[in-house]
Structures are given as structure tokens and as C-alpha cells.
Design a protein around this ligand. Structure first.
Ligand code: GUN
Ligand code: ZN
Length: 437
């Protein structure tokens, strides 16, 4: 059993996410193994209210005091690509030329196990350095790339979900896979890795335009056979992409419903971007239990468009925030939350910007932690520091930079403190990311 005394941020499990943050200025987090040996939160709350009780229960409990620091749930990145770490900051006219010119050529390198291992090691270190303790990540189409990432995550006991890209057409030699073999490989990877420790597998059709009907059908069959395996893909990111998807799958009602037609929409299915949806699509998301990964830095960088937060909330489907590295421009959840805030203020579909704060600081933070966990079917498991949650947490130093130190010291509410960190924060704010082992 270990205990940490610092300011403590967590979220009320069923509260209104605009106001669900619970902040103990002088807080205590107690972590220890559950029945199966997995480290979980045993107690969380104010130091003074927990102290006496704990002394009786655990007389030898050592409390690590972290004055001036904030302990918060580790962030969840709902969508990013580990083979695109080197692709960050590659300018292109839009998604499709960016894929052709920079992304596909780099991903081809991941057929080499040594290269994949080197990049996996850098990627996991970078993600943790930025305070992300759970990730739903694309690998490349090569099974070796999946093995490399899982191996690295397992060594750190990190909760990581990944999968081999399925892309049996409209992809270059060296990246394009073969329909039947791709499905055999996917099933073998599921059996090898899914549910091993904290690892999970995601069936990963890259996007509908790069899969044949047969590959999508096979992916849907696997998704039915392995219901607790995740599904991840892209949808409705870019207008040229949408036009192409409609030409390739004309029988489906929409680009999104192509996935439903192949059995790829269900709980634990996460669709990156989900920008250019209509209300029928949004209702389909809700009805199937699928979720969206909202990727604002990527959408701004590639000029893809603006996620419609208001329409999504009206439809009531789950979504969370994601970096989408390397379309996204940063591994930092602070940069992603700030970009989401900008997008939330931007005019959508020609409408005037909404007055007032569409995305409150607490809501932004929730969508990158507890809300993201809900979107991926891991609510109460990760993304929060309530009793019973897995004990992944970050230690924030709000004095990390001179400007932030002044701003944070002035904050007179939780919202002001969180917003100071969202606007001014980056990897310097993360003093430590702790994966309890
Ligand atoms: N659509 C298909 N592949 C990709 C990718 O790698 N990145 C993004 N942003 N969109 C995609
Ligand atoms: Zn992506």
C-alpha cells in the first residue's frame, strides 16, 4: 500500500461533466493491490478526513508528501498512430495527399521489427512524458509493428490497445495487405495479446476506402466473434475522402453507415474525427453504442473541418479527445484540450459562434480522462481516481513555468485553475506519470 499527499483532482462518477470535478486542495490518494494483485485506488479524498481512519487500518502506511503538486488521473488518448511519430508537422493540402506523400511511406518502414521496436520505445516514452497513461493507438499494417508496441507497453504495465491496420486496396506496395491473410493475422494477434495483463486488441480497418468489401466483412465477423475486442477506424474527416467512400460503397446510406453495414458499429468501436456527419449518422452512433475520437489539432492542421460538439451532444453519443499524432500536432493533452476549446467556439455549418463557454475547463478535462474512458467502455477502470479505479495518475507541477506559476496562483476556482493549465500547459507541467505496478 502506498499513499500520496498532494492536491487531488478526480471526477464524480455520474455527475454533470460540466461540473463533476472534485478538487481536494490537501488531498490523499491511497493505492494498493486489489484481490487479483492489480494496483487500484483504495481511498481518495481530503487528507484530514482520511488520515485517522487510515492510521487505524494501515499503521505502517508511508505517506509521500508532494507539496504544491496536483495529482490527477492519467490522460487517455482515444486515437493516435504510433508509426506516425516521425510524420508530425508534415504539411499537405489535405488528408489524401498527406497520406500519399508522408504517411504511407513512413509506415512502410514498420515491416522491419528493429525499426518498429525503436519507434515503439520512443512512442511509449513520449506518450507517458506527456501524461497519457492509456492509449488507443493504430499500428501499421505489419503484424511485427503490433508485436513491437505491445511488447513495449507490457514492459511498463501500461494499458494500451492497438491493432494491425487492415488495408487491402488503395494502398502502396509494402503497406497493402492481402485480404485473407490480414484476417488470419488479426485473429492470431487477438489470441496472442488481447486481455493479456492490461493490453487490448482493436480490429483496425484503416478507413473504408482502403478496404475491400471482403475485408470489411471479415473484420465485422471477427468483431462479432470477439465482442470485447475494440474496433477503431476513421470516418467523415475530409470532404474528398467522403466523396471517395460514397463512390466505393454506394449502397450504404452514408459513409458512417458503411461501417454499420459490415457489422463494425457497436460498443467499443471508436471512430476518429466524425466531423461531417448528419443527424441520422449521429443517431446511429448513439443507437449502436459506438463512440467518436475528436481530434482537433489534426483537424485544424489538415484543414479537415470542425467537430460539431452541440449536434453531438444533442444526439447523445459518447466521445472523447485524441491527439491523432501524426496528423495531430502534439502529444500533449493540454494542446488537444485547448484546440478543442477553439473548435467549440468556431462557427459550425455557417452558424454564428455560440455565445458563452461551450466547453468548460472541467468538461474538456473530463473528455480527456473519465469521459474518454466512458467512450471506450472503460468507465470506472481508468481515467478517474475513484475507489476501485486502476491507479494510473499524473503529478502536475503548476509552477512549471513562470507564467503558469503566476496564473495558477491567482486562480480562485477549480475552473480557473484547470483553464490556466489547459491554456499554458505542455509536457513541462507533467512532473511524473505513474503507472502503479
Ligand atoms: N484516414 C485514413 N488513414 C488516416 C490516417 O493515418 N490519419 C488520418 N488523420 N486519417 C486517416
Ligand atoms: Zn488517425
Amino acid at each position: 500500500m502506498k499513499a500520496y499527499r498532494a492536491s487531488l483532482l478526480r471526477f464524480a462518477p455520474h455527475g454533470d461533466p460540466h461540473q463533476s470535478a472534485i478538487f481536494d486542495e490537501d488531498g490523499l490518494l491511497v493505492v494498493g493491490p486489489d484481490g487479483s494483485g492489480c494496483p487500484v485506488v483504495h481511498a481518495a479524498g481530503s487528507y484530514h478526513s482520511l488520515r485517522a481512519n487510515l492510521r487505524d487500518q494501515f499503521p505502517n502506511l508511508e505517506v509521500q508528501h508532494l507539496p504544491g503538486r496536483i495529482i490527477a488521473p492519467g490522460f487517455i488518448d482515444l486515437h493516435l498512430h504510433y508509426p506516425q511519430t516521425q510524420v508530425i508537422g508534415s504539411p499537405a493540402a489535405g488528408l489524401l495527399p498527406w497520406l500519399e506523400k508522408y504517411t504511407f511511406p513512413e509506415e512502410k518502414n514498420f515491416s522491419a521489427p528493429d525499426y518498429a521496436a525503436q519507434e515503439a520505445s520512443f512512442f511509449i516514452a513520449e506518450v507517458l512524458r506527456n501524461g497519457v497513461t492509456t492509449a488507443l493507438a493504430f499500428a501499421s499494417s505489419h503484424p511485427a509493428s503490433v508485436n513491437a508496441l505491445f511488447t513495449e507497453a507490457k514492459a511498463r504495465n501500461m494499458r494500451l490497445i492497438t491493432g494491425k491496420c487492415l488495408q487491402d486496396r488503395n494502398s502502396p506496395d509494402g503497406l497493402r495487405d492481402e485480404t485473407e491473410q490480414s484476417l488470419i493475422d488479426t485473429e492470431a494477434l487477438i489470441r496472442r495479446w488481447h486481455g493479456k495483463g492490461r493490453l487490448g486488441y482493436a480490429i483496425t480497418p484503416r478507413f473504408a476506402p482502403s478496404s475491400t468489401d471482403a475485408q470489411l466483412r471479415g473484420a465485422g465477423e471477427l468483431a462479432a466473434r470477439y465482442p470485447d475486442v475494440w474496433i477503431q477506424s476513421h470516418v467523415a474527416e475530409n470532404t474528398d475522402e467522403i466523396k471517395w467512400a460514397r463512390e466505393l460503397f454506394p449502397k450504404s446510406r452514408s459513409y458512417l453507415s458503411t461501417y454499420a453495414d459490415f457489422g463494425l458499429m457497436r460498443e467499443r468501436a471508436v471512430y476518429a474525427h466524425s466531423i461531417h456527419l448528419d443527424d441520422a449518422d449521429r443517431n446511429l452512433m448513439r443507437a449502436t453504442g459506438a463512440a467518436a475520437a475528436v481530434c482537433p489539432t489534426s483537424n485544424l492542421f489538415l484543414g479537415s473541418g470542425f467537430f460539431d460538439f452541440a449536434a453531438s451532444d444533442r444526439a447523445g453519443f459518447a466521445y472523447g479527445l485524441a491527439s491523432d499524432v501524426g496528423g495531430g500536432t502534439s502529444f500533449s493533452p493540454f494542446h488537444t484540450m485547448l484546440a478543442a476549446y477553439y473548435v467549440g467556439r468556431a462557427p459550425v455549418a455557417g452558424l454564428a459562434p455560440q455565445p458563452g463557454l461551450s466547453l468548460s475547463p472541467q468538461l474538456l478535462w473530463w473528455r480527456h480522462t473519465a469521459g474518454a474512458a466512458r467512450a471506450m467502455g472503460l468507465e470506472g477502470v481508468v481515467g478517474n481516481l475513484q475507489v476501485g479505479c486502476e491507479a494510473d495518475f499524473i503529478v502536475l507541477n503548476p509552477k512549471a513555468t513562470p507564467l503558469l506559476a503566476r496564473k495558477a496562483a491567482q486562480a480562485s476556482s477549480v475552473d480557473e485553475l484547470l483553464f490556466a493549465m489547459i491554456v499554458l500547459g505542455d509536457d513541462r507541467l507533467i512532473e511524473n506519470a505513474v503507472i502503479s505496478t
